[in-house]
Design a protein around this ligand. Structure first.
Ligand code: SF4
Ligand code: SF4
Ligand SMILES: [Zn+2]
Length: 464
C-alpha cells in the first residue's frame, strides 16, 4: 500500500506568503524536521520549514496553561483571526509586553527594518497621542507587566523625557527602552539622566554582531565603535541592559557563543535576546523549505556555541510557548551557573500542584515558577532573587544580587511563511497602535501598518 513520505501531525490555518490569503495548512514531520504544507487557490502549494527539532516542537504543546486575558478588549471578533486585531475577545493571552512606537523616524536606515524607519520617514507622535496610547495600555492591563518605548528610534523624539516621565507616573511594572544605542554612545549626560528612571527601567540594546561588514549589511552603517561605547557608558552607571541580537542565517548565527560570552563579562548586561529574522525579501532564490532560521535551530546553536547550557536550561515559556524560549543563569566572576535545569517543567504549568522540584526545596520551586511566569522582563525576577539565592545548593555567595542574574531568550516572530493561527492567538508581544488598539506584534507587521491596510480590507471582504 502506498505510504506518505511524511508523518501527518496537525492541521491549522496559515497565510499564503504571496497574497496573504488565509489558507489551510498541514503540519508534518519529514526527515526529523517539521514542515508546514499549504495551498493557495491562486498561488499554488508551498512547503515551509518551521522547526528542525521534532521532539522540541512536540514538547511545546506540553507548555500550555490557561490564558490570562486583558481587562478589556478593543475590537469585536467578526471576520476571523487574524483580521480582527485587536485585541479581540478570541485572543488567548494578555500583553506580557506592549510596544509603544513613539516615532516613525530613526537615525539609521536599516535595510531590514520592519517599520520602514529612516531619518525623514513619517513623523513623531505628539505627546498627547503618546499619553493616550499609554492610557490605552493601562486600561487594558491595569498594571502592565512591561511597556517598551520603541520607534523608530525613541531617543530622537523631541519630548523623549516627557514621555518617560508620564510613563513612570502610571502603574507600569517595568519600563524598557528599545534603542540602537547611538545616543547612548554619544552622550554621557543623557545616560546619567536615563539612570534616574531606575529601578524598573531597563535598556533593550540592538547588538547584532562584532563584525563591521555584518553590521553594514544588516544596519547600513558602521556601528562597532558605537556599540562598544554604548556598553561602556551603560557599564559606568550600571544601567540594566539586555542585548538584542537580530539573527540572520549565514550572517551572524556563528557569533551566538561569542556574544553570550561577551555579555557575561559586562556589568550592566543582564541577558541576551535572540530574534531570528528572515531576509526573504532581499535574498534572491530564497527557499522557505531550506533557508529559514527557526527557533529550534537557534536553540541548538546556543547549546553548541555556549556549552555551559544544556537542553534542560532552554525551555518554552508557558505564556507563549511557540514563540519564546527562556533560560536563567547566575553569573559569578565571569562564571555561569545555569538555573533552569532545577525546575521541573511540568510544575511551571500547574500552580495548584505542589510537587517539590528540588529535593525538599519547596521555596526554590515556587520562586522559579514566579521567574517564568512572565516572559519579558529580567527585572521581574528581582523581587524573587534573594530568596532563590538562599535556596540554591552549593553556592556560597552571600552578596549575590540582581546584578548576578542573567537570562537568555529566543523570541521568534511569526511571519507569513510560518503563520499558524493556533500560535498567533497566544502572541503576547503586542503593539499599541495609533488608533488606540492593541495589535499582536506579528499581525501588525503583516496587516495593520498603513501600507498593509488596503490588502487587509480586501481580505476582510473576501472572508464574509
Ligand atoms: S490575532 Fe488575536 S486579536 Fe488578532 S484576530 Fe486573532 S485572536 Fe483576535
Ligand atoms: S534602528 Fe531600528 S527602528 Fe531604526 S531603522 Fe534600524 S531597525 Fe528600524
Ligand atoms: Zn496566494
Amino acid at each position: 500500500m502506498p505510504v506518505r513520505k511524511y508523518t501527518y501531525y496537525d492541521f491549522t490555518l496559515s497565510l499564503c506568503p504571496e497574497c496573504l490569503r488565509r489558507v489551510d495548512a498541514k503540519i508534518v514531520f519529514e526527515n526529523d524536521k517539521v514542515y508546514m504544507l499549504k495551498r493557495c487557490p491562486e498561488h499554488g502549494t508551498s512547503k515551509v520549514l518551521i522547526a528542525d527539532d521534532v521532539e522540541y516542537y512536540k514538547n511545546i504543546r506540553n507548555y500550555n496553561k490557561p490564558s490570562e486575558t486583558p481587562y478589556t478588549f478593543n475590537t469585536k471578533t467578526h471576520y476571523g483571526c487574524p483580521y480582527d486585531c485587536g485585541l479581540c475577545p478570541d485572543h488567548e493571552q494578555h500583553s506580557c509586553l506592549t510596544v509603544l512606537e513613539v516615532t516613525d523616524r530613526c537615525n539609521l536606515t536599516c535595510p531590514t527594518c520592519y517599520a520602514g524607519s529612516s531619518p525623514h520617514y513619517g513623523r513623531h507622535r505628539t505627546l498627547d497621542e503618546v499619553k493616550k496610547m499609554l492610557d490605552t495600555i493601562v486600561k487594558n492591563e491595569k498594571e502592565p507587566d512591561v511597556v517598551q518605548i520603541s520607534g523608530g528610534e525613541p531617543t530622537i523624539h523631541p519630548q523623549f523625557f516627557e514621555i518617560l516621565d508620564y510613563a513612570k507616573s502610571l502603574p507600569i511594572r517595568h519600563l524598557m527602552l528599545n534603542t540602537n544605542g547611538i545616543k547612548i554612545a554619544k552622550d554621557k549626560d543623557f545616560v546619567a539622566r536615563l539612570k534616574s528612571y531606575t529601578p524598573d527601567f531597563e535598556i533593550y540594546l540592538q547588538f547584532d554582531s562584532f563584525k563591521e561588514e555584518v553590521l553594514q549589511q544588516m544596519r547600513g552603517a558602521k556601528l562597532t565603535e558605537i556599540r562598544k561605547q554604548a556598553i561602556a557608558n551603560l557599564n559606568e552607571v550600571n544601567l540594566s541592559t539586555t542585548l538584542v541580537v537580530t539573527l540572520q542565517k549565514g550572517q551572524n548565527d556563528d557569533e551566538i557563543g561569542q556574544i553570550i560570552e561577551y555579555a557575561l563579562q559586562q556589568k550592566c548586561v543582564r541577558g541576551v535576546t535572540f530574534q531570528p529574522t528572515q531576509i526573504a525579501g532581499r535574498l534572491e532564490n530564497f527557499n522557505p523549505e531550506t533557508d529559514r532560521l527557526t527557533l529550534t535551530e537557534v536553540r541548538r546553536k546556543i547549546l553548541e556555541q555556549a556549552p555551559v547550557f544544556n537542553g534542560d536550561d532552554l525551555i518554552p515559556v508557558p505564556c507563549n510557548p511557540d514563540a519564546l524560549v527562556m533560560g536563567y543563569a547566575l553569573k559569578l566572576d565571569g562564571e555561569v551557573f545555569p538555573l533552569t535545569r532545577y525546575v521541573n517543567p511540568a510544575d511551571l504549568l500547574d500552580n495548584s500542584k505542589n510537587t517539590i522540584v528540588y529535593e525538599q526545596d519547596e521555596q526554590l520551586h515556587g520562586k522559579m515558577i514566579e521567574l517564568f511566569s512572565t516572559g519579558n522582563s529580567v527585572e521581574v525576577a528581582e523581587e524573587n532573587l534573594k530568596s532563590i539565592m538562599c535556596c540554591l545548593p552549593n553556592i556560597d555567595a552571600p552578596n549575590l544580587g540582581y546584578d548576578n542574574l542573567f537570562r537568555i531568550i529566543i523570541m521568534q516572530f511569526i511571519d507569513a511563511y510560518n503563520f499558524d493561527v493556533r500560535a498567533i492567538k497566544k502572541s503576547c508581544v503586542h503593539i499599541v497602535d495609533k488608533d488606540y488598539k492593541i495589535i499582536p506584534f506579528e499581525t501588525m507587521n503583516l496587516f495593520y501598518r498603513d501600507d498593509k491596510k488596503k490588502r487587509l480590507e480586501e481580505l476582510k471582504k473576501e472572508s464574509v
